[in-house]
Design a protein around this ligand. Structure first.
Ligand code: ZN
Length: 493
């Protein structure tokens, strides 16, 4: 108003110079205002869109299932491109290599009806505010009994927007480097690994710029992929030096940073653990044999954006569902896992990292199940009520361990194919043409399109007379207990 008046005055006075100055001033001011607002909204976006446990970071999860391979990738992302680039580069390269391998084995994979497998997971460790140790592990199996594991580590200083290098982590005076090497050999000795090639170890340890280390609050691990320093039979090698021993040889400012700053979230986490939770009593109304029942299940979450959307939709319809959560996702988004539980939904385990359990040894399977149960318990105070092995893949070892943890194995009888058909109409058609009473319906709370499809889908199911139960209610109704696997619940029998 004020400016329009001045413009008018300027025009009236035919003072073009004055008009120009006023216009320039106005445009600078308005661009300043819009810049201010866009920065504000970016900042808001940042606070909303990052994990509370690992501020500034998020998990990006991708999943692909083709005829001859399955792929599951979960990697950290930030708002900073130059941080994302090297991570993407490594992940993409692993993915490219895998696809090339799959292509070259295509005939034999098809002949043996075998599905190749790539799983990339991230272990995130917060060492101090804005300081993260990221350990990306890629496991691929394209044939044969044993897959190959590759590890890449990043020590991310989010504040400085860079990755720390050897010189930032360790004291690089010759004295310290020698001491670190000695500590390394001492620990390597203890590991008693067969077929270690001394010359390769020496070569790698001599070149401190090439060290691949993973930093934890209690240890520093040196990591070597399969074949790097030993014969293939030795697999990948992790040599851990206790922090107490190596501490003196760290770069002093790095040592100060990781030992003095106590991550504030730890306190919050403890509060959740200490909080006594009473299992919510589910309302048990007698079910009628003639009625139609269905259990909605959501896999692979919790997801930062999609899960809250799905919770809102379920709330609108007063429907309780079952969420098969990944421990890694729960660790990033414990608050969302807690929301799911607080809103009366059922929590269930989908393992820690979405690995094909049939490819793991008993010890690793146990660890996958135990760690997921711990994560869910820590975030929500509740134990998962059942387990769904990734890819629906199980064998006797998986079955025995599920039973050891008292977790019924629950599959699905109706696949919405929401991971494949990222489109509302297609998801609806797929479900409505295959749904039946007693069905366990598979959906995923990681695709926005699934949340898009849900309101119409729920309406259609309601119109057909379906009532919604959690998985354990459905099993209980059919008097099913034990390990399973359960694909659906037989009704009217
Ligand atoms: Zn899954």
């Amino acid at each position: 108003m004020k400016y329009t008046k001045r413009i008018k005055e300027a025009v009236k006075e035919k003072n073009l110079l004055k008009l120009l100055i006023v216009l320039i001033f106005f445009s600078i001011l308005s661009s300043g205002v819009s810049l201010f607002f866009s920065q504000r909204s970016n900042a808001m976006k940042e606070t909303i869109s990052s994990s509370k446990i690992y501020p500034g970071l998020n998990l990006k999860t991708r999943k692909q299932e083709a005829d001859i391979y399955t792929l599951f990738i979960s990697q950290p992302v930030s708002d900073i491109e130059k941080i994302n680039d090297p991570i993407n580069q490594w992940v993409n390269q692993e993915r490219e290599n895998f696809k090339k391998e799959v292509q070259s084995y295509e005939t034999s994979l098809k002949e043996n009806d075998f599905s190749a497998h790539l799983n990339i997971q991230t272990d995130t460790d917060k060492l101090a505010d804005n300081l993260y140790n990221l350990e990306l592990e890629s496991y691929q199996l394209t044939g044969g009994a044993n897959g190959t594991t590759k590890t890449k580590t990043f020590l991310l200083d989010l504040k400085a927007e860079k990755f720390l290098e050897t010189k930032d982590i360790f004291s690089i005076e010759e004295e310290s480097l020698t001491a670190i090497r000695e500590l390394f050999y001492e620990e390597l000795e203890k590991e008693k690994i067969d077929f270690v090639f001394e010359n390769l170890v020496e070569e790698r340890m001599a070149d401190d710029d090439s060290w691949r280390v993973s930093i934890h609050s209690d240890s520093v691990s040196f990591i070597f992929d399969q074949y790097e320093i030993a014969a293939g039979a030795a697999g990948d090698i992790h040599v851990s030096i206790p922090m107490e021993k190596i501490k003196a040889h760290l770069n002093p400012s790095f040592a100060k940073r990781i030992s003095l700053e106590v991550p504030e979230e730890e306190v919050v986490e403890e509060e959740i653990v200490e909080e006594e939770r009473i299992e919510k009593e589910e309302k048990k109304e007698p079910l009628k044999a003639d009625d139609k029942y269905i259990a909605l299940t959501f896999d692979d979450g919790p997801h930062l954006k999609v899960t809250p959307r799905i919770l809102d939709i379920l709330k609108d319809h007063e429907i309780k569902a079952t969420f098969y959560m990944l421990g890694n996702q729960v660790d990033y988004y414990p608050g969302i896992a807690k929301d799911v539980y607080d809103q009366g939904h059922e929590l269930a385990s989908h393992t820690m990292s979405h690995k094909d359990l049939t490819l793991l040894g008993a010890g690793q399977i146990r660890e996958e199940i135990q760690r997921t149960t711990d994560s869910i318990k820590k975030a929500t105070g509740a134990y998962p009520k059942s387990i769904r092995p990734p890819y629906g893949a199980y064998n006797d070892a998986v079955k025995n361990l599920a039973s050891e943890f008292d977790l019924p194995m629950v599959m699905w009888s109706v696949d919405s194919l929401d991971w494949k058909n990222r489109e509302t109409q297609a998801i609806n058609q797929e479900v409505m043409s295959t749904v039946h009473s007693g069905a366990i319906l598979l959906l995923h709370d990681i695709h926005a399109t699934t949340a898009d499809a849900l309101p119409v889908l729920l309406k259609n199911l309601e119109n057909e007379g379906y009532e919604f139960l959690t998985v354990s209610q459905l099993l209980e109704y059919a008097d099913l207990d034990g390990v399973g696997p359960y694909y659906n619940v037989k009704m009217n029998e």
